[in-house]
Design a protein around this ligand. Sequence first.
Ligand code: NOJ
Ligand code: CA
Length: 520
Amino acid sequence: MDSNGDGIGDLPGLTGKLGALRDGTPSSLGIEGLWLSPVYPSPNRDFGYDISDYRSIDPMYGTMDDFDLLMAGAHTRGIHLIMDLVVNHSSTEHTWFKQARTCRENPFHDYYIWNDGTNGKPPNNWGSSFGGSAWEWNEQTNEFYLHSFLKEQADLNWRNPRLREEVQCIMRFWMDRGVDGFRLDVANYYVKDAQLRDNSHEFVVAQPMPGNTSQTLLMPMSREVYDHTVDQPETHEALREMRRVIDEKPGRMMVGEITQHTLDQVLSYYGNGQDELNLVFNFFFFVRRFRAKDFRAIIDQTLSLLPKGAWPAWVLSNHDVVRAVSRYHLTPPMTKSMIGLLLTLKGTPFLYNGEELGLANTPLPRRLLQDPVGKRYWPLPVGRDGERTPMPWDATPDRGFTTGTPWLPAGAPDMTYSAEAADPTSVLNFTRQLSWFRSHHTALNAGDMSIVAGPSDTCLCFTRKFSTEHLTITINLSDQTVTIPRDSFTSGQTPVFSTEEQPSTDSLAPWEVRIATVPE
Ligand code: NOJ
Ligand code: CA
């Protein structure tokens, strides 16, 4: 929400909308935490993911006072505030880098990763995730620096203990202000191979994520395997140090963005379950097909591979991927089944703004693109602007987001907050009701979970249990009515929550989400 008409969402705008997020009644979303994408000063080459000062707020979003007001307002309502911590790299406009690049003897030089290369060529084949070589020449010192993303995002040197201490001080700075935790950007990228060995390549057939069908890309290509740039064992050591900082104050947490590789590797960032990340984003949950079978497989594997004491996290949309609604072509009833799943699984669900409305991606013409990735690869459908368009508060031309010109155009007027708030059958009202139900049932918040056989293969069925509270969740992930056989696990259970006004005890409606109590 933009409060000052410059077309860019800001902290006072957000503070004014906190009531929609949580107001202690069933007519708000009832969320318990708010993750802000980066709001630090930034030249915005990568929309805040290139930070030039880790200890202040970009004037574009407001002042430090505005930040404190947002945090106080959130805390009064019982909302925790999570900051984005982007410390694999800094902006090349950060004073550290500006100093580091001047001469090899500068005390900040070793905050970054440098190499002479050979005959003017980079030292190895490492590629930037955003295209091209990951090495950029620096005239003043006659050497290359490493950037895993844009050349304006220089990778920090995590082998330097001073840098690690610096990051820990930044964490304490925000924790002392009252911040409840951090979302760690590309947390498995921190430490790089000390010998700078070449990455290997695999030959794959590239396909777009389902839903990105505006152009169908199906071409054989060679893909870099980040075997020497990510998932280095020393990164775990750095995360353990950071966890000790998190644990210095009660009730703080960190959730890490862990990309690529195997599910085992992703979950390894929980450490022993107590000593690394509190939560890990598990992108293997982005199933290829929106089917019970696919979800069941990944949920099952995740729960069984999770170290003891570790707590799962579930996410299907964020600012980097096509919104799940577009990816899977979800209708509102299907969206309810997705939200039903997110909010009933054992673990912490993350919703991306607008997901509670069932919002789709906004198609954008080339001239309106902002994302450097989208611009570079246009017309390949890899840009991220489509999922970043403004929150549609109402049906006015700029959707009530701004009185000025929005930084990205607002999407279609068919799904807005105000229309959905007024419609008892909307995705928004379903999300609110289920969130309210969840907050009043410890079994859903904190209970154990077991997957059980459902009335049919198209249904996901699991139980949640806490003390004497025992619930069964059944989600019919199909457009067919499913009969509940007499001998099935759910037969005879009493529905206590459903997407249907009058759930039938003999069958599940298409896409129905049902919660039932299990008789003792
Ligand atoms: C992951 C962030 O979510 C994404 O938006 C960003 O471009 C890269 N990391 C680089 O920081
Ligand atoms: Ca603004």
